[in-house]
Ligand binder design. Sequence first.
Ligand code: GLC
Length: 438
Amino acid sequence: MTSRIEEAINVLKMNDRGDYTVPTNRLYPYQWNWDSGFTALGLWHLDKNRAWLELASLLNAQWKDGMVPHIVFRQNDPDYFPGPGVWQTKTSPSTSGHSQPPVLASIVWEMVQMGGLDDINRAREIFPDLLSYHRWFCEARDPKKSGVIGIIHPWESGRDNCPDWDIGLAGVDVPNNIGEYIRRDTVHVDSDQRPTGYQYDRFLTIVNFGRKVGWNHEIIYNDGPFLMADPGVQFIFLRATKDLLEMARHLGQDSTLHEIEDWVERFEAGSEWLWNEKVGGYCARDLRTGKFSNGLTNASMLSFYAGVGSVEQQNKSIDNCCRIMKACKFAMPSWDPQHPGFESHRYWRGPVWAIMNYMIARGLSDAGFEDLAFRVTSDTKLLIEENGMAEYFDPLIGKGLGGMNFSWTAAIYLDLCRDSLIKDSRGIVTRARAHGFN
Ligand code: GLC
């Protein structure tokens, strides 16, 4: 029997398209932003050159204004909807029209810390691109300098159909002429594991608005159908900005330090706006109405990763974290299991995602909650060892769900097993250590 480590390596090879990796064959046939970030981390343990190429190819699709889009379409694949013809961004290569959680700087900083001189040089080459990506987030997603990032589409959160977006989506008017469209995702995966038709109509209405205004982000931010604050993007951005600052110091990019320090201060202060005292945690919030989502998610638990919150706020979050973990066999569900709307197998409304667990565990460990971090990490390993490289997992029974042979799950697994990888003299992984993972 092949070990899970070999399986993870094979998944990354299978999904390799030369200079980028698809999340999984057929269901997601293009390059996705944060998928490529996490995939680069896994690849780094196998082939450093290929890992840097993954990031370079993504940054090759960066818009002139600094935005790194959420999908890069290098060809038109009829297996995926909505494809380049729906987005019509008129960029080369063709892309979607908004971004995704900006994990890139954190991944690059991690690769630099693990690596050597060559990694430093590679990071130096792309540092200006990372800086302009962060500048874009500050300008286009927080034009009023409030310290709160506003996302313009649930897809920008990377947590597409999470109940977090229900209040924002309720305000999206779907025109009668939304038209007949054929979803492709439900051809590949059971529809009870995917977003509903109600949500999809609204997802497309927001895309249609962006296309109509030529993807002018000033108009979209001010007048678009959806604008919400997301603890996920807020905390991932803040952490990535702190990592960018560390990297800038390490690379001697002195002229950028002041600007990045200001961003850290601004978004640390702004994060307070997402604290929902009623719930005892950080929640999504509609930027226009101020209305809070009233449930905790795995993104709420990223406050530790971003390093925000008073001692009292941290204690409340930890109490909730422990309660939620007790209610599940496997941490960390994407929606509070003791809250209405929890669905253990539907995408971001309950299931566990390995990439979120990776960031949550880091945050908990950084904040000194080692036992909780250990629980999250060991649950992630166990889920993958028992069920393989699934896109996401049921937190109650552990079943693997969604697409199989998933790149980011394989990548996180390789990172978790980094000490068990046996390399030859050229640094190429040849096999996994016999104990533990076979
Ligand atoms: C789904 C996920 C998103 C991910 C994409 C590709 O849309 O919600 O986070 O980037 O699939 O895996």
